[in-house]
Design a protein around this ligand. Structure first.
Ligand code: SF4
Length: 395
């Protein structure tokens, strides 16, 4: 895989040595069991795969290149480049400004953007409306476009589905930048609808089978269907794509669900005309990280620490998986480990940042699971390791 030029501050020799050892032992990535590292009195189980993915390293390389190549120009990012506050802050500290926040709220008005300015498209991509707006302003959006190729692959799949007259069902978080971008690109070629989970898939399934009426459908999806979506004709042929960082198992469940619905309605002989077998459109990094997390769930451990931005979709899924078995703490950096008893963490259920005292287990040789999302620098994982060891290894 391509090597990227990313700033030294995001790297870690310690983490690199763990990853490289595993890569040398298992170059074909068949073994997803964790890497166990023993310290004096604690053991840390690092997930087989974690940290920066291809798309994130690509985006970081391009953004810092834009800074180096344009010392005297205004440089903007459309919105957060990736969902990691430490990387985004470093970019801001270097002079990059964000035009919108994660929820599309305008931070800098469009009329402040001039033709000669640099605008970087983030790894999630952006909507066609924003692309058009920037092109109308005369801004070059190609030179520093960091849209991840795995996201573009989803757009291409949607286009192919549209060309064959299939409606695209997008499994994603409706407000997430990537899902909004995918919906926009998909809608240009295909009738499209965004669903956030299997429960919403079942509402569409019920409509297809005639169990609910149009009003019940529109109550849920009226703001998540493409222009001109016609319920009389647009749910005869469907295919499923996803936001690249969703839970693979849920996308598979949704896809299988729609196949079953179409089998029920049209029968085996006509299934190909009504259901497109797309396989899920998760990227390799999400797959690797989720498979590694399932292997973590086979281990015995006292607690799990998952590291990343609290708005990071892929990291949230890792935390959800770990929480199925372990006391799990979703943190952003070593600063969230406040002392030997107290940890500050993001509670995925309440959406709040909480402090938990007595998080550390009483066992003599605690085993700690440690993993991170695709937008978390390895340097942060090293700092967390060092802090855990400093606080607990000599107790
Ligand atoms: S998680 Fe996957 S789709 Fe998202 S930026 Fe990384 S490689 Fe690209």
């Amino acid at each position: 895989m391509k090597k990227f030029d990313i700033p030294f501050k995001f790297k870690s020799d310690f983490i690199r040595s763990i990853k490289e050892k595993r890569k040398a032992q298992d170059p074909r990535k068949k073994d997803f069991s964790p890497s166990a590292v023993k310290f004096k009195s604690i053991e840390i189980l690092f997930a087989r795969h974690f940290g920066f993915c291809y798309g994130v390293e690509n985006a970081i390389e391009i953004s810092y290149k834009a800074l180096r190549e344009n010392p005297n120009r205004n440089i903007f990012l459309l919105s957060q480049m990736i969902h990691n506050p430490h990387v985004n802050k470093d970019l801001e500290d270097n002079g990059i400004r964000f035009i919108q926040d994660t929820y599309s709220n305008q931070l800098i008005s469009w009329d402040q953007i001039k033709q000669e300015d640099i605008v970087i498209i983030p790894a999630f991509g952006t909507t066609r409306a924003i692309q058009n707006k920037l092109e109308h302003l005369g801004v070059d959006i190609k030179t520093y476009n960091t849209t991840c190729p795995f996201v573009e692959k989803v757009w291409k799949t949607s286009k192919k589905l549209g060309e064959k007259d299939f409606t695209v069902i997008i499994h994603g978080k409706p407000k997430h930048e990537e899902t909004r971008a995918t919906f926009s690109h998909s809608s240009a070629y295909a009738k499209s609808v965004v669903i956030k989970d299997i429960q919403e898939a079942k509402i569409i399934g019920d409509f297809i089978l005639g169990k609910i009426d149009e009003t019940s459908f529109y109550d849920v999806f009226k703001n998540r269907i493409s222009d001109g979506f016609d319920l009389k004709t647009d749910l005869f042929r469907v295919g499923v794509v996803n936001q690249t960082t969703m839970l693979a198992s849920e996308t598979t469940q949704i896809s299988t669900y729609f196949k079953d619905i179409m089998l029920k309605k049209y029968g085996e002989d006509h299934i190909k005309a009504h259901f497109a077998d797309t396989r899920d459109t998760l990227c390799y990094a999400t797959n690797d990280n989720q498979k590694s997390t399932f292997e973590l769930l086979k281990q015995e451990a006292d607690l799990a620490i998952v590291v990343g931005g609290f708005n990071s979709s892929n990291t949230t899924h890792l935390a959800e998986l770990c929480a199925q078995k372990f006391n799990t703490y979703f943190i952003s950096s070593a600063d969230d480990i406040l002392d030997e008893n107290t940890i500050r963490h993001f509670d995925i259920h309440s959406g709040q940042i909480l402090e938990h005292s007595s998080y550390w287990p009483k066992s003599k040789q605690p085993r700690v699971i440690l993993t991170s999302g695709a937008s978390c620098p390895d340097s942060i994982m090293q700092e967390i390791t060092e802090k855990l060891v400093a606080l607990h290894d000599s107790l």
